[in-house]
Design a protein around this ligand. Structure first.
Ligand code: CP3
Length: 322
C-alpha cells in the first residue's frame, strides 16, 4: 500500500521543492529517495517503488497528469473504437526506463534487508481512469461502455492486459522481488460482470507472468473485495490483500489454504491510542493464524496520520513471536 505519501513530513518537504507528481515519480533520484523514506524511518520488511498505477499511460499514448487536490486527470478520455486503436502497447524499457533504473538502485541500497516491491494497475482499474477521465463516484461512463459497447471496452482491456504483463516482467527483471496488482475498482462490478470484465484479464496477466517468472510472488488488491473473494481465488494469484471490511478469519477461510493473505488493519486505527493499535494488530494476527500472512494495513496510510503511531505499529509488529 502507499507507504510514502503525504503523512510523512520528509515527503512534504520534497513536494514543496518538486510540486509536480510526474516529476517526483519519473526522476530516478527522487524515486529512489522517496521510496527509501519510510524504510529509513520504520524499517518495514518491504520497500515499495514510488510510482503510480497510471505511470505507464503516457507511454501508451494516453496523456495524463496527477493534479494536487484533484487526483488523476486524463486529458482525452477514451470512449470510441478509434481512440482505442490509438492506444499503443507499452514497452517499459523505452517508455519508463527510470522505473528499471530506480528498482536496480533500490535493490543495491536495501541490500536484501527488505524486499523491493513493484506494482501495476489491473486492466479494469486502469480502464476506469481512462474512460472516466479521472477518479469517479458512480463509474457511469465505463459502465455505459461495458453495457452498450462491450467490444470497445474488451479491446481496451486486452491492450492493458498485454502491457501490464510485460510491465510486471520488466519490474521483476530489474529487481522487484514481488509485484502487487491493484484492481482497486473491480468491486464496482457485480460478480457476474467481474467475471467478464476483470477476472479473465487478471488470469491472463498472472498466467503469462507465471510462465516467465514462476518464482515471482504476485499479490492482488481490490478495495472492498468481500463480495468477490472466491472469484479472486480463481485468478491464480499467490497473495490476496484484504482491506478491513472483511474479517481476517473469514477471508482466510474463503480464499482457501493455498493463498497467502496480506492486510487487514484499518489505516484509520493509526489515529487511535497505542493500546488500540496494539489490540487491532493482535486481532488480525490471531485471526490470520500461523504462516502465509503478511501483516499490513488494509489500504494506504491516511494523510494526517501521526508518524509516531506508524512507528508504534512497526514496534508491535516486530515484537510478535509465534
Ligand atoms: O507506497 C508508495 O509510496 C507507493 C506509491 C503509490 C502511489 N500510488 C503514489 C501516489 C501507489 C502504490 C499508488 C497506487 C495507486 N494509484 C492506486 C492503487 C491503490 C489504491 O489506492 O487503491 C490508485 C487507484 C492510484 C491512482 C491515484 N494516484 C489516485 C486516485 C491518486 C490521488 C490520491 C489522493 O489522495 O490525492 C493518486 C496520486 C498519488 N499517487 C499520491 C501518491 C503518494 C498522492 C498525491 C501526491 O503525493 O502528490
Amino acid at each position: 500500500m502507499r507507504q510514502a505519501g503525504r503523512y510523512m513530513k520528509s515527503y512534504q518537504v520534497i513536494c514543496e521543492k518538486y510540486p509536480s507528481f510526474r516529476e517526483r515519480s519519473e526522476n530516478v533520484d527522487l524515486v529512489v529517495e522517496i521510496s527509501l523514506q519510510p524504510w529509513k524511518v520504520f524499517k518495514p520488511d518491504g520497500v515499495i517503488l514510488f510510482s503510480d498505477i497510471l505511470t505507464p499511460l503516457s507511454g501508451m499514448n494516453i496523456p495524463f497528469d496527477i493534479v494536487k487536490g484533484k487526483g488523476p486527470v486524463i486529458f482525452d478520455p477514451i470512449h470510441t473504437a478509434g481512440q482505442v486503436d490509438q492506444v499503443r502497447e507499452f514497452i517499459p524499457e523505452d517508455s519508463v526506463p527510470y522505473v528499471g533504473e530506480a528498482l536496480t538502485i533500490l535493490r543495491k541500497e536495501v541490500d536484501n534487508k527488505a524486499a523491493v516491491l513493484g506494482f501495476v494497475g489491473a486492466p479494469f482499474t486502469l480502464a476506469s481512469y481512462v474512460v472516466e477521465g479521472g477518479s469517479s463516484k458512480h463509474f457511469s461512463k465505463i459502465k455505459r461502455l461495458a453495457f452498450s459497447e462491450p467490444k470497445i471496452l474488451h479491446s481496451l482491456l486486452q491492450k492493458f492486459t498485454t502491457s501490464m504483463a510485460r510491465y510486471i516482467q520488466y519490474q521483476a527483471d530489474n529487481g522487484a522481488q514481488a509485484v502487487q496488482i491493484f484492481d482497486s475498482w473491480a468491486t464496482e462490478l457485480s460478480p457476474v460482470d467481474f467475471e467478464q470484465f476483470s477476472l479473465p484479464y487478471l488470469k491472463q496477466i498472472i498466467d503469462t507472468v507465471k510462465k516467465s517468472h514462476p518464482e515471482l510472488p504476485l499479490i492482488l488488491y481490490a478495495s472492498g473485495s468481500g463480495g468477490l473473494l472466491e472469484r479472486i481465488a480463481l485468478t491464480g494469484v499467490d497473495v490476496v490483500s484484504l482491506d478491513w471490511t472483511v474479517d481476517m478469519a473469514d477471508g482466510r477461510r474463503r480464499l482457501g489454504p493455498n493463498i497467502a493473505v496480506q492486510g487487514n488493519v484499518d489505516p484509520g486505527v493509526l489515529f487511535g491510542s497505542r493500546e488500540l493499535i496494539t489490540d487491532r494488530i493482535y486481532d488480525t494476527v490471531r485471526k490470520a493464524g500461523r504462516g502465509k500472512h503478511i501483516l499490513n494495513l488494509g489500504h494506504g496510510i491516511v494523510v494526517g496520520t501521526p508518524e509516531e503511531n506508524v512507528a508504534h505499529f512497526f514496534e508491535v509488529a516486530k515484537g510478535i513471536r509465534y
